[in-house]
Design a protein around this ligand. Structure first.
Ligand code: SF4
Ligand code: SF4
Length: 245
């Protein structure tokens, strides 16, 4: 049994905000995460049988794609999944050695690989599937929010963000302090109705997901949608013709 820390009042809760409206499922976040972490604090991150049946490996960030809705309202939703750095996670409290822990100062959930015995209890306790067993080293690994990058004073300040956030080509990933209601990420969550995953479980995830926006085609009957001739601005009419070719 491992205790959760007493988080000082006003302590940051660092986490990610992921926009399901603009994520295009390109996997740039997953591969940049793998690249940074394989050679950093958590590395190596082995892949076993990568080119044959039974391929498996350690990936802190996985992107799943789903078909949602039907007919004209149907769309593909891309869902990136990684540790949510929960405030009250059982993945920490079940750990028999203290290897899994939550940092008091910023809320990041980490694993001390030297103390981990590879029992896998934390993976069993995480309802989000965010723990990754390194079968080669025999220890549990997981997203660290790039803790060896976000405080790294040897790299330019603008680059002290998780690798996944920097790599995202559609800016669907945002990093910041979700305990501060004035932070950019908190404002984004408030503006877009950001959601916690499965809040009823009581783990109090820090990360938030911004739901897909309703498309115009879903919100407006097709006969009411503008045709190119209805568009008065000549520039917009030209753009409409080019984009609908
Ligand atoms: Fe633990 Fe899973 Fe929550 Fe991460 S998402 S803190 S691994 S319970
Ligand atoms: Fe703790 Fe490691 Fe066991 Fe997870 S696998 S519960 S981190 S000892």
């Amino acid at each position: 049994m491992t205790c959760l820390p007493d988080r000082p009042p006003g302590a940051p809760a660092l986490g990610l905000v992921i926009d399901l409206d603009t994520c295009v499922g390109c996997q740039a976040c997953a591969t940049s995460c793998k690249q940074w972490n394989a050679s950093g604090h958590s590395g190596p991150l082995p892949d076993l049988h990568p080119y044959s049946a039974g391929a498996e490996g350690v990936w802190f960030n996985r992107v799943h794609s789903f078909e949602a809705g039907e007919g004209a309202a149907g769309r593909t939703v891309h869902f990136p999944r990684s540790c949510l750095h929960c405030e009250t996670p059982d993945c920490v409290t079940v750990c028999p050695t203290g290897a899994s822990y939550k940092r008091a100062e910023d809320g990041i959930v980490l694993v001390n690989h030297d103390a981990c015995i590879g029992c896998g209890l934390c993976a069993w306790a995480c309802p989000y599937g965010a723990r990754e067993m390194d079968e080669v080293a025999g220890v549990m690994k997981k997203c660290t929010l790039c803790v060896d990058r976000i405080y790294n004073e040897t790299i330019p300040e603008a680059l002290r963000q998780p690798a996944c956030v920097l790599a995202c080509p559609t800016k669907a990933r945002h990093f910041g302090d979700l305990a501060d209601p004035q932070s950019a990420v908190s404002q984004l969550v408030a503006d877009r109705g950001g959601q916690a995953l499965m809040p009823d479980l009581g783990y109090r995830p820090v990360n938030r997901y911004l739901p897909p926006r309703q498309r115009q085609a879903e919100s407006q009957p097709i006969e009411d949608q503008p045709t190119p001739l209805d568009i008065k601005n000549p520039l917009l009419r030209w753009m409409d013709r080019v984009l609908t070719r």
